[in-house]
Design a protein around this ligand. Structure first.
Ligand SMILES: [Zn+2]
Length: 349
């Protein structure tokens, strides 16, 4: 048996050594994490968006050939990147029967496009990144390209997926699974996200959070000249931890101006209820909605790829990537503390 003092020395040595190893491991991963984020570039986003919001997509109206073509575009992207589909058997399309859409415009089935990067150590916990890929179509020869709405969110998801895949290929893939959910039918009533949350591919109880991106390529008139802001909505509604984490990640990696104007319950725009994240929030999944605000080309044929602020869009996309990375990799699952309050209140009634 070694004398106590010697044992203590060993212990201190061992402890110091392992702490040191831990630190350098962490700092290597931290550096890599920034490198992965930096693979999300203005040029890549621009290349993708000019193709995705092209006239040939005919404005991507739900259940039209344009929307089907857009779905194919997404599926091919994931296939080329080696990222598998999320449906059982590896398929990418979650079919939604035409009857589900209570809309006179819908005469055929439509589909959500869903891909996944499985978690390395906690694959049964899911971070869902979402964006709607449909838009409002065309009127005669006038095509509504929907470059910002929501071509921007759509191609942001593709770039984020690519960055996570690179991390996985280098052995530092996300600990929790990251799901890329491209929903259809948003413009005619948030149908695709509602369908997903009513028919989830992965259990909603195991869905840690939903980060939803709808319009992140422009600057709204109230922010003219500001190339460093984004509106965040809903981050503190169900989980204070998600909100705090989002703030910390921004401070550390992005230093953007996070504007909570539209998070105010009394804001007349009620954006919290107006995009796909709301269907997740309704089912008690904590969410953050990333948004640039509205502008003169909103739902106009002039929402075109040439008007997008690509460097700013890249910054916003990297912020979402870093936030997803943090939620996916931190040791403990984020806690929906405000949900418990809501439950308790309900029980008391
Ligand atoms: Zn939209």
């Amino acid at each position: 048996m070694v004398p106590l003092l010697k044992r203590l020395c060993y212990f201190v040595l061992f402890f110091t050594f392992s702490l040191g190893a831990q630190e350098s491991d962490d700092s290597i991963n931290q550096t890599k994490r920034i490198d992965f984020a930096n693979t999300i570039t203005a040029d890549d986003l621009s290349n993708l968006l000019y193709r995705f919001a092209a006239d040939s997509m005919q404005g991507r109206m739900t259940a039209t050939p344009g929307q089907k073509k857009a779905a194919e575009f997404l599926k091919k992207f994931y296939q080329n990147e080696g990222i598998s589909g999320a449906l059982p058997g590896g398929g990418y399309y979650q079919n939604i029967p035409k009857e589900y859409f209570k809309s006179k415009y819908v005469k055929t089935d439509s589909e959500n496009v869903v891909a996944i990067i499985p978690g390395s150590t906690l694959p049964q916990e899911y971070i869902v990144l979402s964006a709607h890929y449909d838009h409002v179509g065309a009127k005669g020869d006038t095509i509504y390209n929907g470059a910002d709405d929501d071509g921007s969110g759509t191609v942001a998801l593709l770039e984020i997926a690519q960055a996570f895949k690179k991390a996985q290929d280098q052995g530092v893939g996300p600990k929790r699974s990251v799901v890329f959910l491209h929903v259809t039918g948003e413009e005619i009533g948030l149908y695709g996200s509602r369908y997903y949350t009513e028919n989830p591919i992965y259990p909603l109880e195991q869905t840690v959070c939903n980060l939803n991106t709808d319009m992140i390529g422009r600057i709204d008139p109230n922010k003219a000249g500001n190339d460093n802001y984004i509106y965040l909505i809903g981050s503190d509604k169900l989980s204070q931890e998600l909100h705090d984490l989002s703030e910390q990640v921004n401070q550390e990696f992005s230093q953007m101006e996070l504007d909570y104007t539209f998070n105010d319950e009394n804001d007349p725009n009620r954006f919290y209820y107006r995009s796909d994240h709301y269907n997740f929030a309704k089912h008690n999944v904590p969410i953050i909605f990333y948004f640039n605000g509205v502008h003169e080309d909103y739902h106009q044929p002039t929402d075109t790829p040439d008007k997008i602020e690509y460097p700013l869009m890249a910054k916003r996309t990297r912020l979402i990537f870093q936030t997803a990375w943090e939620v996916a990799n931190r040791e403990n699952r984020i806690y929906a503390d405000k949900l418990d309050d809501a439950d308790i209140k309900q029980d008391k009634k």
